[in-house]
Structures are given as structure tokens and as C-alpha cells.
Design a protein around this ligand. Sequence first.
Ligand SMILES: C[S@@+](CC[C@H](N)C(=O)[O-])C[C@H]1O[C@@H](n2cnc3c(N)ncnc32)[C@H](O)[C@@H]1O
Length: 261
Amino acid sequence: MPAETTEIISYQQPDTADDYRRWDDSASWLLGYAFLPLALGLDLDLADGTTSRLLDLGCGPGEVTRWLAGRCTARITAVDSSAAMIDLARAEAPHPRIDYRHSDDGLLPFLADGSMDAAMACFLFTCVDEESTIRELIAEVARVVRPGGRFTILVPNPDHAFGAEFEGFRRGDAGAAYEAGELMPVHVRRVDDSWTTILNRYWTRETYRTALAEGGFAGPVRELAPVLADAVGVADAELFGDRAWAQERTAAPFLLITAVR
Ligand SMILES: C[S@@+](CC[C@H](N)C(=O)[O-])C[C@H]1O[C@@H](n2cnc3c(N)ncnc32)[C@H](O)[C@@H]1O
């Protein structure tokens, strides 16, 4: 396991990629990933039996990708800039409808224009250092998503980046103020109850909304900011008993921003 760090971690490192899987991500499942089918409209996919094509950009170890593959009939192209993450995903989260691809920069030359019905990017952009790169990645997603297709980004809620204590993590330090693009500490609990501190970029709603609009997602933008009560009937019932979920009753730890191409 890597030592405690307050540096920008690199998911290119196999031990960091491996450690990521030990983070306690129950809040992400309860109030983030659980809402992806709804945000992406994949329940419709299940109901009418059609097979759509979905892009997962920044798929990491593929756990979420594989979970989603089990919730819909989509064929999924899952891409990450870390070869270590793609190796893990292929080994630990294989699925007959998922094609894991490594791309050094997140660009997608192997996908044709308009070839995807929908796309998602979960916890990708806080790992991206430059706003210009966020814009470049979003413009690339816009290129491959067909007109009318949705793109959902799941991000930490920028409104709660100043030390709010959520289950398993705390973003930023209490009382601190962060500007768009600034590095902020994120304290993360692992499943063995040890903690690590990493550095992430703080980006605002405006960062995302501007990049989406200018990148080619000109359609309406919808935002979900789930709190605990919203997860009833959406998330796996077992997750509720797992933790105290105090802050999560009134404050949404994550945002799902969905834009239409
Ligand atoms: C915090 S992890 C999230 C992984 C996964 N989406 C999840 O929710 O568990 C962020 C991932 O984004 C990847 N990443 C960072 N920059 C990228 C880029 N420019 N293109 C593609 N992937 C990138 C990292 O390698 C890492 O696997």
C-alpha cells in the first residue's frame, strides 16, 4: 500500500491504481453511481430492449463500468489514460459487452463521429490539471456522441468543498476557500479504516457548464444533487445500513450534470 501522501497522485502507477480500489466508496455508490442509469436514461434502454452504445471516459478499474453493463443492454467502450487502470479493469472487471481501451491523453481516435448514444465521466475532471484539457476532453466526447445523446459527468459537489464531513471523505479544509483550478486536499478513508490524503483540482459548476456548452453540448443541462432520501428506491438497499449517513441527509456530496448533444 502506498505511503500517506499529500501529492498529486498518478493513476499511472500500478500501486496507486490498486490502492484506489481500497478506498471506501460507499457514498459514491449510494449518492453517485446509483443515479447514473437515471441520468443517462438507461432504464429506458432496459425497458425497450434496444442496445445502445455508451462511452465511459476515465473508467479507472472498471468496477462502475461493469456494474452499469449489468443494468442495461448497452455495449460500452471504457477508456482510461492509465495503462495500469486498464490492465486492472481487463483483469478484474471483464464483461462481454465492455471494450476497455487505453488512450494516453483521453482522446478517442478509434471512435467515429456520432458513434455513441451516450457517454459518462465519473470523477475524472478533478484529476485534470488544466481547464483547457477539460474543454478538449469534453469536445472530444461531443464529437463521438450522436446528436440528441446524453453526457453525464459525476463530480464532487463544488458547494461542499470546504471541509464538510461526508462518510469516507472530506474535501478541502474547513474555512478554506478554493478558486477554480486550485489544488485542494481530499481526505479519503480506505475500507480498512486507514486514511490517505490526496490532492485534487477544485473546479466550479461554471467550469463544467461552460466546457459542456462550448464543447458542443448545446442542449438542455440537467443537474441531480442527491441526498440520502433521494436514494431510497434508487440505490442498493444494503448501502443504507452500512454507515451513519449524517451529513448526507441534508447535503449532496456529488453532482450529476447531464448535457444533451
Ligand atoms: C478518480 S478515478 C475515477 C475512476 C472511475 N471513473 C470511478 O468512478 O471509479 C479517475 C480516472 O481518470 C483517469 N484519467 C485522468 N485523466 C484522464 C484523461 N485525460 N483521459 C482519460 N482518463 C483520465 C485516471 O487514470 C483515473 O483512472
